[in-house]
Design a protein around this ligand. Structure first.
Ligand SMILES: [Ca+2]
Ligand SMILES: [Ca+2]
Length: 241
């Protein structure tokens, strides 16, 4: 005569369904429930998911000199100039300048502002190109360590271009730190107005950080259903600053 414990191998061998087998196994096991224990408050979670930038890098992309000639005419018999423009990268933020036609000493006088989160090892990367109808020609590059910019706070320099035989680039770089209060806003606005002549674009004076917390009752795509044609929806927004 067999005991209940002896019966289990026999039952498994007799072709029981997977569900019954799992039920039998689970009777022998205690499965843990998932228990979520929050270790930080809601606000701290938001800060982890959407960190506040360490600073803002303001890049005055001013001018270049003595760039290489990369255009030719009449099957290369006549040397032309170049049509330079720049691509500026800070992390995943990419800016592109306007093109200055047929000029080896172009003046762009543009300003870009990039948020910088974690900057150890991060660089400001600039590449210059000659715009062409087919494939643009390379006119040089430049890499600047953001730690250096933060240390200096302000740089106004001519940089020699890398990977080409000649050409230099004039940049003005400002490292801006975020202030948690608005007390210095007037002062910042004044300094920006003083700077305005040097830039085509407006300069920023403050940073509003906004994260979308959740959304409800979003309109269904009209392609599928005609419901809620006015597109009424409701958003919960958390302000981090
Ligand atoms: Ca060319
Ligand atoms: Ca060209």
């Amino acid at each position: 005569m067999c005991t209940p414990d002896d019966r289990l191998p026999y039952m498994l061998a007799s072709g029981l369904s997977d569900t019954i087998i799992l039920d039998i196994i689970s009777n022998y096991l205690v499965l843990p429930n998932r228990i979520t224990v929050p270790l930080v408050s809601e606000l701290q979670i938001a800060q982890l998911r959407f960190p506040i930038p360490k600073g803002v890098l303001r890049i005055h992309f001013l001018e270049a000199q003595d760039l290489e000639r990369k255009d030719t005419f009449l099957k290369g018999t006549i040397k032309g100039k170049s049509d330079p423009y720049g691509i500026i990268r800070v992390g995943n933020q990419i800016f592109q300048s306007k093109v200055i036609k047929e000029n080896l000493n172009p003046k762009w006088n543009e300003v870009y502002e990039a948020l910088v989160y974690e900057h150890p090892g991060q660089e400001l990367e600039i590449e210059l190109f000659d715009e062409d109808p087919d494939k643009d020609d390379f006119l040089g590059s430049l890499m600047i360590d953001l730690i250096e910019v933060e240390k200096e706070r302000y740089l106004d320099e001519w940089f020699t271009l890398d990977e080409v035989s000649k050409g230099k680039l004039h940049l003005k770089l400002e490292w801006l730190t975020l202030m948690p209060t608005v007390e210095t806003l007037d002062q910042v606005l004044k300094s920006i107005r003083a700077d305005k002549d040097q830039a085509n674009d407006g300069l920023s004076s403050a940073l509003l950080i906004l994260y979308l917390d959740s959304a409800r009752n979003l309109p269904v795509m009209e392609l599928w259903l005609q419901s809620d044609p006015k597109g009424k929806g409701e958003f919960d927004i958390g302000l981090a600053l």
